[in-house]
Design a binder for this molecule. Sequence first.
Ligand SMILES: Cc1cc2nc3c(=O)[nH]c(=O)nc-3n(C[C@H](O)[C@H](O)[C@H](O)COP(=O)(O)O)c2cc1C
Length: 365
Amino acid sequence: MSALFSPLTINDVTFKNRIGMSPMCQYVSNEGVATDWHMVHLGSRAVGGVGFIMAEATAVSPTGRISQGCAGLWSQKHADALKPIVAFQQSYGAVTGIQISHSGRKGSAATALEGGSHLEAEDSNAWETVGPTDTAFDPDGTRLWRAPRALSVSEIETIQDEFVNAAKLAIEVGYDLLEVHCAHGYLLHSFLTPLVNTRDDSYGGDLRARARFLLETVEKVRAVWPQERVLSVRLSVHDFVDGGLTLDDTAQVGRWLKELGVDFLDCSGGGAVPEARGAIGNKTAEQPGMAGQLKADTSLLTMAVGGITEPKQAEEIIASSTADMVLLGREMMRDPHWAFNAAKALGVDARPVLAEQYGFFVGAT
Ligand SMILES: Cc1cc2nc3c(=O)[nH]c(=O)nc-3n(C[C@H](O)[C@H](O)[C@H](O)COP(=O)(O)O)c2cc1C
């Protein structure tokens, strides 16, 4: 009996297994609108047997994107383009999620293909970025990151309204799960971490004040997001830098989120400052264990992500109750059929949705 291939029901949503694809920016959107690439990228993982697919960081406004190629959900046009993609994934038995996001001071960047660093101010694709303060992400580094403008309170409220607008559009698209992105140094995380947020108004100071932007946003989003669907938050659960967020801090934030009706904590890490890079890479293998600690400390369901590549490793994370879902990023890029290959490795009889059409099972040998 495989834990990894056991179903999970949250509210009215049932995940057929505990395997999810982690959100990954694709840089191929057209003014934020999804393209054929998204149908293939997301649809192929549904066909590949995963229980859950999280669409990439999807900006709540044009200036909330990381780069010009990033996805967005701020108008009807964006929603309409996503509808057939979501319907296709669901028709293959995958639970669909979307991560709504604002890039903050890490916006106005070139795509990863073009180097990822900040666009020069005179570049016609560049825009003014915003943050808790006017300190740049990497003021002294070799990569140029322009200084953001510190947000006023009324601008904070406007961005919260944009999150709510994106949530309403996500309902119309038909997503089963909505995730608020508060990780990797983007806007909400930059307010939460003391490494960046040195404001002296009601959105800065102690942990509760730094969490205010996130908590108010989640409260407003939960008010419109249907109770029967799933609400998740991705946190950088550790800043991986002295003086930054610790697991004790993020456990407290997790408890506040739970009180607001959050169902799932997606446990990533790093990204707030250049020394903390680790949202992808060197530090990520520590994260699944951290998801376990936060699960114990908050009683929230958790998603573990970071360096998960092997079926037995994933099985162990679920079987040991370290997390309730494993998310795979880069490994899922390498192998869209990872779930079926994992079923085979674990001796599980996992049937593709069209088993009858194929006439054979690809899970068990
Ligand atoms: C190309 C790429 C794009 C990514 N984009 C996002 C994103 O949009 N949102 C996010 O929260 N994390 C993003 N990440 C981080 C992944 O979701 C994941 O947390 C990270 O890659 C660690 O998991 P892995 O070791 O399985 O790759 C991205 C990672 C990669 C490789």
